[in-house]
Design a protein around this ligand. Structure first.
Ligand code: ATP
Length: 506
């Protein structure tokens, strides 16, 4: 297909816009630079990329930025469809070429039917075996490195792009109040002078209160202050998986190098490592190596060190060597401020009485608080109405937590979702990618995230061992679709009510 100059120029402007946003690290920009426009059909831009890995990265890690830049340059919403051209680049080895595949960059699913269903089935890998960035790096530095199965890291993590930090979590969008002021101040101090203030910093508290947010904020701020600082964020389940893989693939040395050659190690939800003896032992040595080399360790947990079972005393006592601080559920003012900040960040106008209503009804978990705001704003956006108090009351009446309700389990959510869409649980867990199944699966992931306290890796494990970034992608996707499509909004609402109803009746 011959490509018009205007498309080539427009694509250059898209790439420049993404680069100028400053949100994307140099290595991810490198992947974007590899893509070549092939043509524009209706609202779908065809892009050729050298391999599946590049496509997966553009579709997941760069998707939001790309969607924004495309809309800006083309003046309308544009989807991307990818084709893989192995001749494009020297490091595009043994990966079979594939036909174009459509990616609904924020577009309603219905808009992309013109790009074949058939391509969806072969493209099962898209969000299930990511992130692949690390693997590409390792195969670049070591051409013999296996593209999958081994450690997800290159041998010498050098700067920000190795850190796995989430772009959404910074100090400047973290609201402080009496419940978290101390933890916030300690986190700030650690970022300003790693290993010189509190080491380790141990932050504990119940689910959804901002521990993960603070971890990422430390990483971002420290890298801003000290460019080139080696920061690594890892959930304890990922640490466990990396460790197991390192044994399986005889890569113990590179595992050590990855985890011991950092300036700041941010380790989230340490409680999930409990009772995994070999992993705990390895973590003990990692901790000692970092500490002895004057490197910073920050740990989060649901419980304080003394109450953590499944860890030896020698490790628990080390957790207390630095500073231990908790985060409590936020008070009403803080909850209102969090909601107001979030609404503001998304450019949504929500009257003060509606914000106060939402904040007064959901008083423990900030993730739930955000979920309630999403529900209200999605409803208003779908109906093209400004948000008001009556509406918020109406929308949230079934969502407000009922203290007498039984715990909502993953089994319950999987079962109800499968029934609701006429699938089996095995279908939801399968690799199949027919469109209705993909949506049902993403809704199930969203509901597990919203209605349970399961971590992202645990939710991924429910779906045949999918990666945590797949779950993050699904969560965001469904939140976006809820404000764009009545059908999705209604399905999610109805399904949530069914699940809550059944939990009450158990
Ligand atoms: N003080 C705050 N200001 C702004 N947003 C917050 C604050 N605390 C939490 N949040 C938001 O609430 C959501 C849940 O927070 P986070 O994931 O950090 O919780 P957590 O304590 O790590 O939970 P878990 O133990 O389940 O992993 C995130 O979207 C986060 O940005």
């Amino acid at each position: 297909m011959s490509v018009s100059e205007s498309i080539i120029n427009s694509w250059k402007r898209v790439v420049d816009t993404v680069r100028a946003s400053g949100d994307i690290g140099p290595s991810q920009m490198g992947f974007l630079d590899l893509a070549r426009p092939q043509g524009l059909i209706a609202n779908t831009l065809l892009l050729a990329v050298p391999n599946e890995m590049t496509r997966d990265i553009l579709e997941t890690q760069l998707q939001d930025n790309l969607a924004k830049a495309l809309t800006k340059v083309f003046g309308t919403e544009i989807n991307c469809a990818y084709s893989i051209d192995t001749n494009m680049h020297a490091f595009a080895p043994e990966i079979p070429s594939s036909p174009p595949r459509s990616t609904p960059n924020h577009a309603p699913v219905d808009n992309v039917v013109d790009i074949s269903e058939a391509t969806q089935s072969r493209a099962e890998k898209s969000h299930s075996e990511e992130p692949l960035l690390d693997e590409l790096f390792s195969s670049r530095t070591n051409p013999a490195a296996a593209p999958s199965g081994g450690l997800q890291q290159n041998v010498s993590p050098s700067s920000g792009e190795r850190s796995r930090l989430n772009e959404h979590y910074h100090f400047d969008n973290f609201i402080t109040g009496s419940s978290n002021r101390f933890a916030h101040a300690a986190a700030y101090a650690v970022a300003e002078s790693p290993a010189k203030s509190y080491n380790p910093l141990f932050i504990y508290g119940e689910s959804g209160l901002g521990k993960t947010h603070l971890l990422h904020a430390i990483g971002h701020y420290a890298q801003e202050l000290f460019p080139g600082l080696r920061v690594r964020y890892v959930n304890s389940e990922e640490f466990t998986n990396d460790f197991i893989n390192s044994i399986r693939h005889d890569e113990g040395a590179s595992f050590k190098q990855i985890y011991r050659n950092v300036d700041i190690l941010l380790i989230d939800d340490i409680q999930f490592m409990a009772n995994k003896e070999a992993t705990v032992e390895e973590f003990f040595h990692t901790f000692n190596a970092l500490y002895n080399n004057n490197k910073q360790v920050v740990i989060t947990s649901d419980l304080p060190p003394k109450q953590l079972s499944g860890f030896e005393e020698r490790l628990r006592s080390r957790f207390e060597w630095g500073l231990t601080t908790d985060i409590q559920p936020p008070d009403l003012e803080t909850r209102i401020a969090i909601l107001a900040k979030k609404a503001d960040a998304e450019g949504i106008s929500v009257p003060a009485d509606a914000l106060e209503y939402i904040a007064s009804r959901i008083d423990t978990n900030i993730r739930e608080l955000e979920g309630a705001l999403t529900r209200v704003t999605a409803y208003a956006s779908l109906n093209n109405e400004p948000i008001n108090l009556d509406q918020a009351q109406y929308i949230l009446k079934d969502l407000i937590t009922d203290d007498d309700a039984q715990e909502i389990t993953s089994d319950l959510i999987m079962d109800e979702t499968a029934n609701y869409f006429g699938f089996s649980i095995a279908d939801l867990q399968s690799k199949s990618r027919t469109r209705t199944l993909v949506t049902a699966r993403q809704i199930a992931m969203y509901l597990l995230r919203e209605l349970t306290e399961m971590s992202l890796p645990r939710i991924g494990a429910e779906f045949g061992g999918r990666d945590h970034t797949t779950v993050m992608h699904a969560d965001r996707k469904i939140r976006d679709l809820m404000s764009e499509r009545h059908a999705i909004y209604n399905q999610v609402t109805e399904l949530t009510n069914k699940i809550k109803q059944r939990a009450r009746n158990i």
